[in-house]
Design a protein around this ligand. Structure first.
Ligand SMILES: [Zn+2]
Length: 391
């Protein structure tokens, strides 16, 4: 059975990577997007009030976001807040990290702002918030090759202040800077109550710098295909502007985005409310976004976690480990490789070139905090990773 599953998943991996055909397992995940959750979460978002900088409503919304992610099974260690100053007030971006199995230090970011201005902002951008919730809920227990950061930005309505701060003080704060595969921004996807909402605008980068535009175009094409494969929506190709992906674009990252095709006349007013939008449209957006994120982060294609990590009998021990970790090359014959230890936020805490490799190499863990890490052994041809515990 295992062999059969493995062969099937291998076939799907290939067709997904090149032809981007329908992956049945992704389809079963997308079918679990809940219209009830979408409606309930939109209502709760609306009831939290006007989420302007410096308000209690904004802080209450942040607390609500954290409670939601915890309820989906994310741990406190996976949730980080980043404070920044916004016109004399303190605002916070919320970041939830899911570590990838193969590329733990390379990130697919899915993001949208949770602050509002003037009104309660149920469309702009409660619709994006609840879409990200459904993606986060459904991907929580599905292994993905790339790490994912679910980000709820604040300060968007004050001029992209939160995302600008995140790029300068988090993405660019390390050397090398954070390695980002893609930024997928979702802003104002609520549609209009007085219209038929059957099309989503997919946004690609057409701006400067131009060196990242071809990659943005390629990922936006994938977004279009995934929307068609996993939701009933039609797509409309347009360009990215005026939302939280722009600071990333300026930083030469690869971006894509969702924006409603029927634009609301209620944006930034007191009538940006559930009654004026189309929650069934948001439900379909959540399906498209879930399918796209399974594809972008390269999710496992079966529920049975594949056995690729057992290849070549590579092992890391003891686990739990304390002062040191042994790396066994198993049946690999490489004379040099890179060993990386990555924490739950996707940060490399050890990155070591091993030359003239012996069957067993030992690395020191001195100074590392207790917790769960991903150990990664990378040779010229193979990349093998496993979770380990340090206590
Ligand atoms: Zn917005």
């Amino acid at each position: 059975m295992k062999n059969l599953l493995f062969s099937l998943s291998f076939l799907f991996l290939i067709s997904n990577g090149y032809g981007q055909t329908y992956v049945p397992f992704y389809g079963t995940v997308v079918e679990q997007v809940s219209e009830t959750n979408v409606l309930t979460n939109l209502t709760e978002f609306e009831n939290l009030g006007i989420k302007r900088r410096g308000t209690t409503a904004l802080q209450n919304t942040l607390d609500w976001l954290k409670a939601e992610y915890l309820s989906y099974g994310y741990t406190a260690a996976q949730i980080q807040e980043y404070s920044f100053t916004n016109a004399g007030t303190t605002c916070k971006n919320l970041v939830v990290t899911k570590v990838g199995t193969l590329y733990p230090d390379k990130f697919v970011i899915i993001c949208g702002h949770y602050d509002t201005i003037t009104g309660k902002g149920t469309n702009d951008n409660g619709s994006g918030v609840v879409t990200i919730f459904e993606v986060a809920r459904l991907l929580q227990n599905i292994p993905t090759e790339y790490s994912i950061k679910f980000i709820n930005f604040s300060g968007e309505e004050d001029g992209l202040v939160g995302s600008q701060n995140f790029v300068s003080s988090v993405v660019n704060a390390t050397n090398p800077k954070m390695d980002i595969r893609l930024v997928f921004n979702i802003d104002e996807v609520g549609g209009r109550a007085d219209m038929t909402n059957d099309t989503i605008t997919c946004e690609r980068d057409t701006g400067s710098p131009t060196s990242n535009n071809a990659a943005s175009n390629a990922f936006t094409n994938q977004l279009i295909t995934c929307t068609q494969l996993y939701s009933p929506l039609n797509t409309y190709l347009s360009y990215a502007y005026a939302s939280d992906y722009m600071p990333f674009e300026d930083n030469n990252e690869v971006i894509t985005g969702f924006f409603e095709r029927n634009e609301t006349p209620h944006r930034h007013t007191s009538t940006d409310l559930l009654v004026n939008m189309d929650p069934h449209y948001v439900y379909n957006i959540a399906k498209a976004a879930t399918g796209a994120m399974l594809n972008f982060a390269v999710a496992s294609t079966t529920l049975a976690t594949n056995d690729l990590s057992n290849e070549y009998q590579v092992s890391f021990y003891p686990s739990p480990a304390k002062d040191f970790l042994n790396i066994s090359l198993g049946t690999l014959t490489d004379s040099h490789y890179t060993f990386t230890l990555v924490d739950l936020q996707g940060k490399s805490v050890i990155n070591k070139q091993i030359e003239n490799a012996q069957l067993i190499e030992t690395v020191s863990l001195t100074g590392l905090s207790k917790g769960i890490y991903l150990a990664v052994l990378e040779t010229a041809k193979n990349r093998i990773s496993k979770k380990i515990i340090i206590e």
